[in-house]
Design a protein around this ligand. Structure first.
Ligand SMILES: Nc1ncnc2c1ncn2[C@@H]1O[C@H](COP(=O)(O)OP(=O)(O)O)[C@@H](O)[C@H]1O
Ligand SMILES: [Mg+2]
Length: 355
């Protein structure tokens, strides 16, 4: 079992607390993501797990074994970093074989494991080449092959895709995801890219300033953010300030919106751009003239992106809302796509989330 238990992990540089009281359980076979803005402590935490940084406090156990102070080579961890760090003078085969030779594996075993690992990343035919003869994406796949060749208990990856161009990044990302599921290796990957995190992670650990803000699936973080920081970091969000009474929220601009539940004393709500449905402007006007949670608004700008239309709307009270709509929905609702055109918008109570 390669479940990892992390408790109270702390690292201080001088008086600066890079990581504070970091604790969580990583399940066997899980693909976990450390996500957060630059400088929030992702790399420091990962390197403490790998054994390259000595924590000031806390404990790490791997499959029940305390590895908090074990040297890196005693942890059986596979590592992949942002810059592929292949040995330029060694062939691809020998790069992948490196960890196995250090572990003094028999030659036949090395051949088999390297061949298997290169096959897994679909580079079996390039073993004789030198790193410089491979593309960036291929080099990073070699780095992944090298990490898995030692059959690690856990795989730690620090921004492994960030040096790849956009198209390759998507491709290697999907390959990594499939490989991880095939092998079932407990994996922790660091990224600052929320889309990357959401697309590969079983669970996301969102960090800020050395601390964990929330741990959960992409959907949990998206629909049930623990706080404003999480709501803002994951996806795009509208915030409206105002005051709640029971399940009703009245915005500072005078819009009344009914939520799906009691909102306590919330002074702010969030609404995702794609949760706002658009309709044609209706005669009569006035706030809530068209029924509950339906408001008149004006288009202040729009961007046609082919598969989606992004709009900025202004409510009668002056508040702004970003909306993402499907072109088909805009057409079928009979909306005139023009700056300053009137529309109505409707938001389901379930999509009104108190902050
Ligand atoms: N060796 C060090 N000495 C002093 N400060 C450091 C050192 N390493 C990292 N830090 C600081 O700790 C914080 C977290 O760094 P890091 O873990 O690399 O962040 P991330 O990977 O999330 O971008 C940053 O503010 C960084 O400047
Ligand atoms: Mg980092």
């Amino acid at each position: 079992m390669a479940n990892v238990e992390i408790a109270g992990l702390t690292k201080t540089y001088g008086t600066f607390r890079a990581v504070t009281d970091f604790g969580l359980s990583v399940r066997d076979g899980e693909f976990l993501i450390f996500l957060g803005p630059s400088g929030c402590g992702k790399t420091t935490t990962l390197r403490m797990l790998a054994g390259f940084i000595e924590p000031d406090g806390g404990q790490v156990t791997l499959g029940g074994r305390d590895i908090t102070h074990a040297p890196p080579h005693r942890r059986n961890i596979g590592l992949v970093f942002q810059n592929y760090a292949l040995f330029p003078h060694l062939s691809i085969f020998e790069n992948v074989a490196f960890g196995l030779r250090r572990r003094k594996q028999p030659e036949a075993e090395i051949r088999k494991r390297v061949t298997d690992a290169l096959e897994l990343v679909e580079l079996g035919h390039l073993g004789d080449r030198l790193p410089k003869q491979l593309s960036g994406g291929q080099q990073q796949r070699v780095a992944i092959a090298r990490a898995i060749a030692i059959r690690p208990d856990i795989l730690l990856l620090d921004e492994p895709l960030s040096n790849l161009d956009a198209r390759l990044r998507l491709q290697v990302r999907d390959e990594l995801r499939n490989l991880q599921k095939t092998l079932g290796i407990t994996t922790i990957m660091v990224t600052h890219d929320q889309e990357e995190a959401m697309s590969v992670g079983d669970r996301l650990v969102l960090m800020r300033a050395g601390m964990i803000e929330q741990v959960g699936t992409a959907q949990e973080l998206y629909y049930q953010p623990a706080n404003r920081f999480v709501a803002d970091f994951i996806g795009r969000t509208n915030f409206l300030s105002g005051a709640a009474i029971g399940n009703m929220f009245r915005s500072a601009g005078g819009a009344s919106l009914r939520g799906g539940r009691d909102m306590g004393a919330a002074s702010e709500i969030m609404i995702r751009p794609e949760a706002i449905r658009l309709g044609a402007a209706e005669a009569g006007g006035g706030l809530n003239a068209n029924g509950p949670n339906t408001l008149p608004a004006r288009i202040s700008h729009f961007v046609f992106l082919g598969g989606a239309i992004e709009l900025g709307l202004t409510l009668e009270g002056g508040e702004r809302l970003a909306v993402v709509a499907s072109p088909a929905a805009v057409r079928d609702a009979g909306i005139e796509l023009r700056a300053d055109a009137g529309v109505t918008l409707t938001i389901s109570p379930a999509d009104i989330i108190a902050m």
